[in-house]
Design a binder for this molecule. Structure first.
Ligand code: G6P
Length: 612
C-alpha cells in the first residue's frame, strides 16, 4: 500500500531511489514520483501516472535529476484517483516542505478545514498534501525546526503514516516519522537510506534501524538521530538483516509468481525444519509450552485474504484433531464487533507482511481484551511480529508477487505443526499418531514438488479457458477451504469472475448461474466426502457445466463425471490443502499469462494492505 524510499549521501540520489522503488512496486503501482534537491538548493519533483516504468522513462532512469538528497514514492491510491496530480511527492503551498507518505490520515478533512481557515489552498485530493501543509503550518508557527513541526503534526494526525520529508531550509537532512505503517532506515558509511521494506535497500546495506511507532528520525550523511514524539532523543540498535538479496530477484523465471510457486517445497521444508527436531515438534522458539497449550479454552484465527483461507483450512484440523472450539474471522469484521473471549482464549493472527492494517487492529483488540495472541508471520521485525505475545515465523523468504503462494503454503505448514503439537499436549493423540502426523507433514515438500510436475497439462487447459466468463470452485470440508483459495488466486490475477462454494450449498441459489459450458472445478481430496462432492458435480454436469476434477491418484472413477482431471499425490486428509493448492495456483497463473496480463502486479491490488 504505497512504497517510500529516501536517500542522503554523496551519490546521485535519483537512480538509488528508483532502484529501491522497483523492489517496492508490489506495494502499489498506479503512479510514482521523485523529489531530489539539486545543487542550487531547489527541490525538483517529477511524477508520472502508471507503472514505475513511466517515471523511469520520464527521468531517463533518474539521470535527469541531479542531487544527492531525495525521496521517492510508488502509489496505491486511497484518497484521490490515480493521476499525476495526486501522485507523491506532495509539496506545501510555498514549496518549503516536500514529502512522501504511506498510510491514511483519517482526520484529513478536519485538518484541511483548519488549514483552509489559515489561508492554505490545495491542488490535489490527497490526505498527504494535507499532512505536508500541516507540517509547514507548525514549522512557520513555532519556528522550532523540522523535528518540532513533525512532532506537533503527529499529535494532531489520526491514522497511519510512514512519512519521509524534505525541508527546503534544511538542506543536509531528511526527516522521517512513523505510526502503524512500515519503515526501516539503513546506513552504509556516509550513505543513509529509508524505505518501506528491507529489499529496497538490501543492495546497498544490511545495517538497519527499525523505527518504532510515534517516532521521528533525522537522517544525515552516515548519521541517524531518533526522537520520540516529545522530541526527546532516543537510542536505537543497528540490526544486521540476514535476508538473501537474490531472494528478491526473478532468478530465471518470467514472473515472481512462478518463481515463488516453485519455491514452495523449500519454503515449506524450511518452516517445518525450524520446529521439528528429532521427530518431535519443539515450540521453544515460539515460546509456547505444553502447559500454555493445555490452558487454552477456545481459538480465534484471524487474517485477511489468503491468510484467512489458511484459517479456514486450519479450523477443520484444530476442531477434529485438537477438539478445541475454533472460530475463523476476517480481521476487518473481527475488529469491529463484540467478540466474546474468555481469559483462556488464544487468538492466532496470520499475516505474511505483519503489517496488514485490519489484522494489526485485530491483534491489538485481542491484546486489550487480555488474551494470548500468537502471530504466524513472515516478515521479521514487522509490527505484528513485534506486538504478538508469541510468534511463529514462517520461512518463506521475501514474497514479491502480489498474489501469495509460498507465504500461504508456509502459513499452512505452521498451522499444521501447531495443531499436531496441541493435540499431543492435550492428550488427544498418542505417541504413534504424533510420529505419523509429523512424518506426513515432513513429506509435504516432496508431494508439492510432485504436484508441480503436471504443469504442461494445466497450462494447456488454462489456455483453453482463457475466455471463460465465470468459474466456480466447489468442495466440502477442507476441500471448501481449498476452493476459497483457488478461486481467489484465479480472480486476483486473471480477472475472471469466480466464486467458491461449499459443494452442498450450490443448489441453494448459485446453481442457477450454471449454463452450457460454465467451468466448475470440483475439489475432492477428503475421502469421506468424495462421493458427496461427486454427486454435486453430477448435478452441475446435468445442467451443462464443464467439469474439472482435482483429486488424489487412485480416484480414477472421477473420469466418469469430470471432463478434465488433475491428480495429486495422496497425503493425510488433514494436510491435503498444501498439495491441492499447487495445480490451482498454476491454473490461475497460466490463465493470466494466456490473457497477457501483468501476473505479478494485478490491477487495483497491493500486496501489503496498510489501510483499512
Ligand atoms: C493482500 C494480498 C493477499 C494477502 C492479504 C493479507 O490482499 O494481496 O495475498 O493474503 O493481503 O496479507 P498479509 O500480509 O496480512 O498476509
Amino acid at each position: 500500500m504505497c512504497g517510500i524510499t529516501g536517500y542522503i549521501g554523496h551519490k546521485q540520489a535519483a537512480p538509488i531511489l528508483l532502484d529501491g522503488l522497483t523492489k517496492l512496486e508490489y506495494r502499489g503501482y498506479d503512479s510514482a514520483g521523485l523529489a531530489v534537491r539539486n545543487d542550487a538548493g531547489e527541490i525538483e519533483i517529477v511524477k508520472a501516472k502508471g507503472r514505475l516504468k513511466a517515471l523511469k522513462e520520464k527521468t531517463n532512469d533518474g539521470l535527469s535529476l541531479q542531487g544527492t538528497v531525495g525521496i521517492g514514492h510508488t502509489r496505491w491510491a486511497t484518497h484521490g484517483e490515480p493521476s499525476e496530480n495526486n501522485a507523491h511527492p506532495h509539496v506545501s503551498m510555498d514549496h518549503e516542505v516536500v514529502g512522501v507518505h504511506n498510510g491514511i490520515i483519517e482526520n484529513y478533512q478536519e485538518l484541511k478545514d483548519k488549514l483552509i481557515r489559515h489561508n492554505y489552498h490545495f491542488y490535489s485530493d490527497t490526505d498527504t498534501e494535507v499532512a505536508i501543509n500541516l507540517i509547514d503550518y507548525y514549522l512557520k508557527k513555532y519556528q522550532q525546526g523540522p523535528v518540532d513541526a513533525l512532532s506537533r503534526s503527529m499529535m494532531r494526525i489520526r491514522g497511519s503514516y510512514a512519512l519521509a520529508v524534505m525541508f527546503k531550509a534544511y538542506p543536509d537532512a531528511l526527516y522521517v516519522a512513523r505510526k502503524d505503517s512500515p519503515m526501516i532506515i539503513g546506513v552504509d558509511g556516509e550513505d543513509t537510506f529509508v524505505a518501506s521494506d528491507v529489499p529496497a535497500i538490501l543492495k546497498y546495506t544490511r545495517s538497519v534501524y527499525y523505527i518504532g511507532n510515534n517516532e521521528i528520525g533525522k537522517l544525515e550523511r552516515g548519521k541517524v538521530t531518533f526522537y520520540n514524539i516529545d522530541q526527546e532523543e532516543i537510542e536505537k540498535e543497528l540490526v544486521k538483516v540476514k535476508m538473501d538479496a537474490k531472494a528478491a530477484e526473478k532468478g530465471g523465471f518470467e514472473h515472481f509468481m512462478m518463481k515463488e510457486i516453485h519455491e514452495q517445497p523449500k519454503a515449506v521444508r524450511d518452516t517445518i525444519n525450524s520446529v521439528v527436531k528429532d521427530g518431535k515438534i519443539d515450540l521453544s522458539a515460539v515460546n509456547l509450552t505444553d502447559a500454555d497449550i493445555q490452558k487454552i479454552s477456545q481459538i480465534y484465527i484471524v487474517g485477511c485474504g489468503s491468510a484467512y483461507h489458511v484459517g479456514v483450512a486450519l479450523q477443520y484440523l484444530f476442531e477434529d484433531l485438537v477438539e478445541v472450539p475454533v472460530r475463523v474471522e476476517l480481521a476487518s469484521e473481527f475488529r469491529y464487533r463484540k467478540v466474546l473471549m474468555d481469559a483462556n482464549t488464544l487468538v492466532v493472527i496470520i499475516s505474511q507482511s505483519g503489517e496488514t492494517a485490519d489484522t494489526l487492529a485485530a491483534l491489538r483488540k485481542s491484546k486489550e481484551a487480555g488474551v494470548r495472541t500468537l502471530g504466524i508471520v513472515n516478515v521479521v521485525g514487522s509490527t505484528i511480529a513485534r506486538e504478538a505475545d508469541n510468534v511463529f515465523y514462517t520461512l518463506a523468504g521475501p514474497e514479491i508477487a502480489v498474489a501469495t503462494t509460498k507465504a500461504y503454503s508456509t502459513q499452512l505448514a505452521a498451522g499444521y505443526l501447531l495443531a499436531v503439537q496441541f493435540a499431543k499436549a492435550r492428550g488427544k493423540i498418542d505417541d504413534a499418531k504424533y510420529a505419523e502426523l509429523i512424518e506426513e507433514i515432513c513429506s509435504l515438500p516432496d508431494k508439492i514438488t510432485k504436484a508441480l510436475e503436471d504443469k504442461e497439462r494445466i497450462q494447456w487447459f488454462a489456455a483453453k479457458y482463457a475466455n471463460a466468463k465465470d468459474v466456480f470452485f466447489i468442495g466440502r470440508g477442507i476441500d471448501y477451504a481449498i476452493s476459497l483459495e483457488g478461486s481467489l488466486k484465479l480472480k486476483e490475477i486473471s480477472y475472471i469472475h469466480s466464486e467458491a462454494y461449499a459443494a452442498g450449498e450450490l443448489k441453494h441459489g448459485t446453481i442457477s448461474l450454471i449454463e452450457n459450458g460454465t467451468l466448475v472445478v470440483g475439489i475432492l481430496t477428503q475421502p469421506e466426502l468424495y462421493e458427496k462432492t461427486l454427486s454435486n458435480m453430477v448435478e452441475v454436469k446435468s445442467r451443462g457445466g464443464y467439469l474439472m476434477g482435482l483429486t488424489t491418484y487412485g480416484n480414477y472413477n472421477i473420469e466418469d463425471t469430470a471432463d478434465f482431471t488433475v491428480y495429486i499425490p495422496k497425503t493425510n486428509h488433514y494436510f491435503a490443502t498444501s498439495v491441492a493448492i499447487v495445480p490451482l495456483q498454476l491454473f490461475a497463473y497460466y490463465l493470466s499469462v494466456a490473457k497477457g496480463l501483468d501476473v505479478d502486479k494485478p490491477r487495483n491490488l497491493a500486496k501489503s494492505v496498510t489501510v483499512e
